[in-house]
Design a protein around this ligand. Structure first.
Ligand code: SF4
Length: 262
């Protein structure tokens, strides 16, 4: 056995074990789906129909209650109780379920993702956060920089000389006005690394629907305000952002840093 093969063994075993467990579960469920209706709950045990009915009622009340709470939160714009776990439920479970449901009905994926981003922003908004500038991070996609700009701003956005050919200069002005750190991420891995390094308490993220959606989900429970980029030249190329939208988010959520001369 070669060294590489030896290293691969435990991973393979775990995967095979999970496959076997998954297979057994499918077989077990298939058997139950056939057996329970054929025999009848009452014939298995006389109290089973009542227990089963109660369990189903509690389950559906839980789901309907959660959804009602969500709708009330969105309509009122107020911080209703259980909001944090509620955002967790939306981000982790409801969103994938809604995407699958939307796919089934042929709803456009971008529209679903836009709706999820708006929903997330509203849920963050209801928390009425005010985060110090030092603990806030503006995260940008690389495509917002003019494609032929010779300056490498990944790693240090402040290298931008503000020539004004792309929105980086305007964003840099806003970041400096509030005293916030701004970073450019070339992908999800770098974005995650930046979050671990800078440990922000709030992220203002600019990106496309797909990246914002995955970013919001990856960063949870960290609050993320998602701002969609503008793509007049198509995706991933010389993109832009509405600066007033970013400024509004900063004004709402960020306590500006006090500069030494103030
Ligand atoms: S504004 Fe900055 S990043 Fe954009 S093209 Fe000019 S120097 Fe490059």
């Amino acid at each position: 056995m070669t060294g590489t093969e030896h290293l691969m063994q435990p991973r393979k075993r775990l995967f095979i074990l999970l496959l076997a467990v998954g297979g057994s579960l499918v077989l077990g469920l298939t058997f139950l789906l056939w057996w329970v209706p054929s025999v009848g709950l009452e014939n298995i045990h006389p109290v089973l129909p009542v227990v089963f009915g109660m369990a189903l009622t509690v389950f559906s009340l839980f789901i309907v209650g959660g959804l009602s709470l969500l709708v009330l939160t969105l309509l009122s714009g107020r911080d209703l109780f259980m909001l944090q776990p509620l955002r967790g439920l939306v981000v982790r479970y409801l969103f994938p379920a809604i995407i699958s449901l939307g796919k089934l009905f042929g709803v456009d994926r971008d529209m679903l993702q836009q709706s999820f981003i708006a929903l997330n922003n509203q849920l963050v908004h209801t928390r009425k956060l005010r985060v110090p500038a030092e603990r806030t991070l503006i995260l940008l996609p690389h495509c917002i920089q003019m494609f032929d700009c010779a300056i490498k701003i990944t790693g240090n956005v402040e290298k931008c000389v503000s020539c004004g050919k792309c929105d980086i200069s305007g964003l840099l002005g806003l970041a400096q006005k509030f005293g916030i750190e701004m970073a450019v991420a070339t992908g999800g891995t770098l974005a995650r690394k930046l979050i671990v390094e800078k440990r922000p308490k709030l992220i203002i993220a600019v990106a496309c629907e797909r990246d914002l959606t995955s970013g919001i989900r990856d960063a949870y429970p960290l609050p993320v305000i998602g701002i969609l980029n503008k793509r007049p030249n198509g995706p991933c190329f010389n993109t832009g952002v509405l600066l007033p939208e970013v400024e509004q988010a900063l004004a709402e959520y960020v306590i500006p840093a006090v500069r030494p001369e103030e």
